[in-house]
Design a protein around this ligand. Structure first.
Ligand code: ADP
Ligand code: MG
Ligand code: MG
Length: 400
């Protein structure tokens, strides 16, 4: 057993040389720590004499952003690696391949995806991803369906649920998304220009009721194995390819939490566009593109999820006429509620998004923040009643 300690880049190189696979023992390796997150080290190891490279991701026992005072279990490294392997089985080519792992050191050695870009950055740079909705729709339909009681034996599912108990990571979500934005909390991190909005979030009891219900669902509804952190910073893209990374928040939860994360982050980018484009027609074009993506992500997911119901259902009771429609309707409503909650937390909570923070003009930035809150609140308040993505897009436009 190796005693846990955070690796230095030199130790990461030494480790890489011992792995069966990419490098020879005398390879001339370079290593850079490229992690941009708060919880982990990410080493990019390249061979100077070949085009071979790998990534080593190692969990830290605390959240960097707050310092060592916020301890976090290293179990999440094992969970991240196991769900990557599960997702690879269900959607080959849509997550990095795991080459090796060491649970004592809380690290995973995986495929280097540096030929892709992080989607949040790609969107900020103005790129388009015409295949994204199909790809992520397929990813979510397959990973959620096949890890739920619809697509998996009930007993096996319960055993799997036991392997993916992730209390420290869930608590981060429970606090940062379903609690702190709605009260005065030390972690909250919003600009003083929107103090009035933050105050309104704290006193809106109708909103609190919806958040309490969404929080309850997150706490209790072990529907499927979720990625748990499926924002555009956890998705690598090119114009042809989509790869999902960073599932360290994985646990058995409500499916709508993953689908809502994708929609929320597309909508956060959408509301940032007025602060990015001076030219009205360029802006309109890009806004239409983003709203089309929102619609297409839901539609692609919905179509593929229902198709699996026809081809891969293991629970005969789920064939009961009418059940599929009610199931997907509830999943849609959950998706919209969680999407709204994720938008709100990204404006007033601990972790903000670059889509909005990189708007340099303070007035435009404030405007985008207010728009995000208006859309987020509209989604949260209407989540229990919406039926179609068209209705949701109408809610978005009337909130602005
Ligand atoms: P964290 O959990 O700390 O957010 P991530 O898994 O999101 O860590 O990785 C942080 C960054 O490291 C990513 O944004 C990306 O730039 C880089 N990275 C992570 N995994 C890979 C990979 N497999 N290939 C290339 N770069 C990666
Ligand atoms: Mg990350
Ligand atoms: Mg992470």
């Amino acid at each position: 057993m190796t005693q846990y300690h955070p690796l230095t880049p030199q130790e990461a190189i030494e480790l890489a040389k011992t792995l069966p696979g990419p490098f020879t023992a005398d390879a001339n390796l370079d290593c850079r720590e490229i992690g941009d997150g708060n919880l982990n080290l990410v080493f990019h190891i390249t061979d100077q004499n070949s085009d071979k490279s790998i990534i080593i991701k190692q969990a830290l026992p605390y959240a960097k952003v707050v310092g060592e005072s916020w301890p976090l279990s290293l179990v999440r490294a094992r969970i991240e690696r196991e769900i990557l392997q599960e997702e690879y089985r269900l959607c080959p080519g849509m997550v990095p391949e795991v080459y090796h792992y060491d649970d004592d050191l809380a690290l995973t050695v995986m495929e280097d995806l540096s030929d892709h870009v992080i989607m949040r950055k790609g969107l900020i740079d103005g790129a388009s991803y015409p295949l994204f909705a199909q790809h992520i729709g397929e990813f979510m339909a397959r990973t959620l369906f096949f890890t739920s009681d619809l697509g998996m034996n009930q007993q096996q599912k319960k055993e799997q649920q036991g392997r993916f108990v992730n209390p420290d990571q869930c608590k981060i979500t429970e606090d940062l998304i379903f609690d702190e934005p709605y009260r005065i909390a030390q972690n909250n991190n919003y600009e003083t220009a929107i103090e009035d909005e933050a105050e309104a979030l704290r006193t809106d009891e109708a909103l609190h009721l919806e958040i309490a219900l969404l929080r309850e669902k997150f706490l209790t509804h072990g529907q499927a194995l979720l990625h748990g952190d499926l924002h555009t910073g956890s998705i690598f893209v090119t114009s042809e390819s989509t790869k999902v990374i960073d599932p360290e928040f994985a646990f058995y939860g409500p499916m709508g939490f993953d689908v809502g994360a994708v929609l929320a982050n597309l909508l956060l980018h959408y509301v940032s566009l007025s602060g990015r484009f001076q030219d009205q027609s360029t802006r309109n074009k890009r806004e239409t593109e983003l709203l089309d993506m929102v619609r297409d992500v839901w539609t692609e997911f919905d179509t593929r999820f229902r198709a699996l119901w026809t081809t891969a259902l293991v629970d005969p009771m789920a064939k009961t006429p009418g059940y599929q429609n009610l199931y997907v309707q509830q999943l849609f409503r959950d998706t919209i509620g969680f999407a709204g909650a994720k938008m709100v937390r990204r404006i007033v909570g601990l972790a903000r998004v670059a889509d909005i923070d990189t708007i340099t003009d303070a007035t435009e930035r404030e405007h985008a923040q207010r728009k995000a809150l208006a859309v987020g609140k509209a989604l949260i308040k209407n989540n229990r009643h919406v039926n179609t993505i068209g209705e949701v897009l109408d809610l978005v436009s009337s909130a602005l």
